[in-house]
Design a protein around this ligand. Structure first.
Ligand code: AVJ
Length: 325
């Protein structure tokens, strides 16, 4: 853990997500059956830039809908959060929604963005610092699924609220999501809260195009995972011989993203050899879509009570306010 003072007033804490961890996770996941790679590894600099492009796609209803909910309801969200709260953001990325919320908050005690993508984290912390010059900002470069330390902020004195937008919670299985929500409940403590973006279950005809855009950006985002393995782990993946595939699984109410081998082939990652059959796939992502009732049940199991739900008129997406009992 490296701690240093940044050029501005804020304390910066960094925690490396080491390459050895990336290698171990990739090799373990690829030796499983079916094969898988954790979706958090999408977000290197290239992947984060591609994700930003996905958010602008006409088929990708999630981001623009969530932003419109924030514009419409930030005032009532700020009222629910109360004055002087310490805002901790999970997976802050390029933080487009955050200023809408911060603008509405009364006397926020501080803002702690947590993200795995270093470039995104510091660029957006800097941008927010210019816009909200009185706000104490303490970025944390970390994988929020693992243990991480909050910087030197007073969680005793202020109400801690985790802001977790983007429906990133959907990338976890319900079992994993429950564990993560329990971690969040523990972090914010009694009296604390969670403001979370959750994608709502809807017909496959709407969900599937969001992950199969006509411009092919999602395919490129998916394939960048193999390019990243080539770059960072000395891999030999031929990107042209894998295809992007995304479909909605009704039973589990989730999108599954895969990379499918177009032919029988052998690839190398460092000294490891992996053989693929034609049609064999690597699962790279889940994206769960929740009915409000189902999400409320999951939240309750983790020690949260859903207090309020804001949705758009078409009920495509939800932002939910949960408190620790
Ligand atoms: C990171 C949760 C917002 O699951 O929709 C977008 C990631 N993957 N297109 C999602 C993603 C493919 C995304 N979130």
């Amino acid at each position: 853990m490296a701690v240093h003072r940044s050029a501005s007033r804020s304390l910066v804490v960094t925690r490396l997500v080491p390459r050895s961890q990336f290698r171990a996770d990739v090799l373990t996941g690829l030796s499983r059956s079916p094969r898988e790679i954790p979706c958090k590894y999408f977000y290197d600099a290239r992947g984060s830039a591609l994700f930003d492009q996905i958010c602008e796609l006409p088929e990708y209803y999630l981001t623009r809908t969530e932003i419109s909910i924030m514009h419409q309801s930030a005032d009532s969200m700020a009222e629910a959060l109360g004055p002087n709260c310490l805002l901790v953001e999970y997976g802050s990325g390029s933080s487009v929604k955050t200023p809408i919320l911060i603008e509405a908050l009364r006397h926020p005690a501080g803002y702690v963005p947590v993200d795995i993508s270093r470039e995104h984290l510091f660029a957006s912390a800097k941008r927010l610092g210019r816009r909200f010059s009185d706000l104490e900002i303490n970025p944390v470069w970390a994988d929020f699924t693992g243990p991480f330390e909050l910087p030197n902020v007073n969680t005793e004195r202020h109400r801690t609220v985790v802001y977790f937008p983007g429906s990133t919670i959907g990338n976890f299985t319900p079992e994993e999501a429950e564990i993560l929500l329990k971690d969040i409940a523990q972090l914010v403590g009694p009296g604390g809260a969670l403001l979370i973006g959750v994608d709502v279950r809807k017909p496959a005809e709407i969900v599937e195009p969001a992950y199969n855009d006509r411009a092919g950006v999602t395919a490129e985002f998916n394939l960048n995972l193999l390019a990243r393995i080539n770059r960072e782990l000395d891999g030999t993946f031929d990107l042209d011989s894998f295809a992007h595939r995304a479909f909605f699984d009704q039973q589990h109410s989730r999108i599954e993203m895969h990379l499918v081998s177009k032919r029988k082939q052998t690839i190398h990652i460092g000294r490891t050899t992996i053989a693929f059959n034609e049609g064999e796939s690597i699962r790279t992502e889940y994206s769960h879509k929740y009915c409000p009732e189902h999400f409320a049940r999951l939240a309750r199991q983790a020690g949260f009570e859903v207090q309020r739900i804001w949705m758009d008129d078409q009920r495509l997406f939800s932002v939910q306010y949960l408190t620790v009992e």
